[in-house]
Design a protein. Structure first.
Ligand code: FES
Length: 57
């Protein structure tokens, strides 16, 4: 599903950033400028990262 409408990033792309080594939303943003425009997707993007890292249930 699309998480970031501004940049058309999907949850899959965010999970891929985690698979490639990102350990936080901040680190994911190094390769994926998610949540860098209007910011509305920041909470959801962070949840996707944390869930993929196993930090949330
Ligand atoms: S929806 Fe992601 S920055 Fe706007």
């Amino acid at each position: 599903m699309y998480v970031c409408v501004c940049h058309a990033f999907t949850d899959r792309e965010i999970r891929t950033a985690v698979d490639l080594g990102a350990r936080s939303l901040y680190e994911a943003q190094c390769s994926l400028p998610v949540a860098s425009c209007c910011g509305r997707c920041e909470k959801t993007s962070r949840q996707v990262v944390d869930e993929h890292l196993g930090l949330e249930n």
